[in-house]
Design a binder for this molecule. Structure first.
Ligand code: PLP
Ligand code: COI
Length: 341
C-alpha cells in the first residue's frame, strides 16, 4: 500500500502544492543526462542563468486522471511532448525527446500516486513539465546548458469550476506579436498577460480576451485558454491564427464534435463584432477544461451568449464527452490515452 495523504479533494483550487517527488534532467555538451527523481523542490541556478535574464523558458501542462476502476491515465501526453519541442525550437533550446518527456511524466505521476485525486471528486493531478536555459550567459545568446524538470500537484477548477459560466472582457493589450511567440508555450507570453489579467479581475471578470495583435478585430485567446463558439446552425468553431497557442483540448474537441456529436467543426477567423453568430461559447484548455462563457464585454457592452448562469446544451455535451474520455468512462479515439502502470 502506498502512502495516504490528507487532502480535501473537492475543495482544491488551482494552487501550487509541494508533492513528494519531481524529475530533473540536465543537457550539457550536446546531450541529455539520464534524469532522476528528487525530493528537493528548490533549483540551484547561477545568477547568470539565461532564464533569469533573457527568458529561455517553455513549459507544458497536462493532467493525470483516476478512472472509476482506480487506474491512472494520461491524456495525449505525446501532443504535449511535441508542442514542447516546437516551443523549444522557437527559443533555440534543445528538444526533449518525446519518449524522455513521457517517461518523466509517468515517473513523476507514479512517484506521487497518493496525490492523484480519487475518481468522482472532479479533481485531477496537474503535471507541469518545463525547460529552462540554465547555462551562464551575459551577452544575448542561447545558453550552453539546459534543465528539464517535471513536477505535479492535485488541482481543482481553474475558473469557477464544473459548468459554471463566467464573463470575460476584451483587452486592448496584446499577449503576442504578429510574428512573435504566441504559438509557443513560453513564459514570456504569460508575463505579458499578468497586467491585463489583473485589470480584468479588478473589474469583476474571470479573465480577458485577446484580439489578434495586427488588426484587433478577431478573437485570439481567452486568458490561458482557447476560444470556441457553437454557431446557431450547430457548428463547432475554433479561432485560427498564427499567434494563438495550438491547444490540445481545442484540437481534441474538434474531433469530439465531429466523431462523437456528429457536428461540423472548423477553424477560422472569429470577428469580435460578429458574436451574434454564436448560440454558445466557451474557453477550453487543460486547466480550464471547458468553461462556458456567459458573456463577453466589448466596447462597454456585455454580449451574452446562452446564459450567464447556465451552460448551453452543446457545451454540456462536449464537456461530458471530453471528461468521459479523460476519466475513462467513454471509449477514447485510438492513441489518446496512456495508462500509467
Ligand atoms: N491558450 C493558452 C494561452 C494556454 O495557456 C493554454 C493552456 O495550455 C491553452 C490555450 C490550451 O491549451 P491546452 O488545451 O493544450 O491545454
Ligand atoms: C494549462 O492549461 O495547462 C495552462 O497552461 C494554463 C496555465 C497557464 C494555468
Amino acid at each position: 500500500m502506498g502512502k495516504a495523504v490528507n487532502i480535501d479533494w473537492k475543495a482544491l483550487g488551482f494552487k501550487y502544492m509541494k508533492t513528494d517527488f519531481r524529475y530533473i534532467s540536465r543537457w550539457k555538451d550536446g546531450k541529455w543526462d539520464e534524469g532522476k527523481l528528487v525530493e528537493d523542490n528548490m533549483l540551484a541556478l547561477s545568477e547568470a542563468a539565461n532564464v533569469l535574464h533573457y527568458g529561455q523558458e517553455c513549459f507544458e501542462g497536462l493532467k493525470a486522471y483516476r478512472t472509476k476502476e482506480g487506474e491512472i491515465q494520461l491524456f495525449r501526453p505525446d501532443m504535449n511532448a511535441k508542442r514542447m519541442q516546437d516551443s523549444a525550437k522557437r527559443l533555440l533550446m534543445p528538444e526533449v525527446p518525446v519518449e524522455k518527456f513521457i517517461d518523466a511524466c509517468v515517473k513523476v505521476v507514479k512517484a506521487n500516486e497518493a496525490y492523484v485525486p480519487p475518481y468522482g471528486t472532479g479533481a485531477t493531478l496537474y503535471i507541469r513539465p518545463f525547460l529552462i536555459g540554465s547555462g551562464e550567459t551575459i551577452g544575448v545568446a542561447p545558453a550552453s546548458e539546459y534543465t528539464f524538470c517535471v513536477f505535479c500537484m492535485p488541482v481543482g477548477a481553474y475558473f469557477k469550476g464544473g459548468l459554471t459560466p463566467v464573463n470575460f472582457t476584451v483587452t486592448d493589450y496584446d499577449r503576442a506579436a504578429p510574428n512573435g511567440t504566441g504559438a509557443a508555450k513560453v513564459g514570456g507570453n504569460y508575463a505579458a498577460s499578468l497586467l491585463p489579467h489583473a485589470k480584468a479581475v479588478e473589474r469583476g471578470f474571470a479573465d480577458c480576451i485577446y484580439l489578434d495583435p495586427a488588426t484587433h478585430t478577431k478573437i485570439e485567446e481567452v486568458g490561458a485558454a482557447n476560444f470556441f463558439g457553437i454557431t446557431k446552425d450547430n457548428k463547432f468553431v475554433a479561432a485560427k491564427s498564427p499567434s494563438i497557442l495550438p491547444g490540445i483540448t481545442r484540437l481534441s474537441l474538434m474531433q469530439v464534435a465531429k466523431d462523437y456529436l456528429g457536428m461540423e467543426a472548423e477553424e477560422r477567423e472569429i470577428f469580435i463584432d460578429k458574436l451574434d453568430e454564436f448560440a454558445e461559447a466557451g474557453a477550453c484548455g487543460t486547466a480550464a477544461v471547458i468553461t462556458p462563457i456567459g458573456g463577453i464585454e466589448y466596447k462597454g457592452k456585455l454580449h451574452v451568449f446562452y446564459s450567464e448562469t447556465e451552460a448551453g446544451p452543446v457545451t454540456k455535451k462536449l464537456y461530458e464527452t471530453l471528461c468521459g474520455i479523460q476519466f475513462g468512462d467513454i471509449k477514447a479515439p485510438e492513441g489518446w490515452i496512456l495508462k500509467v502502470k
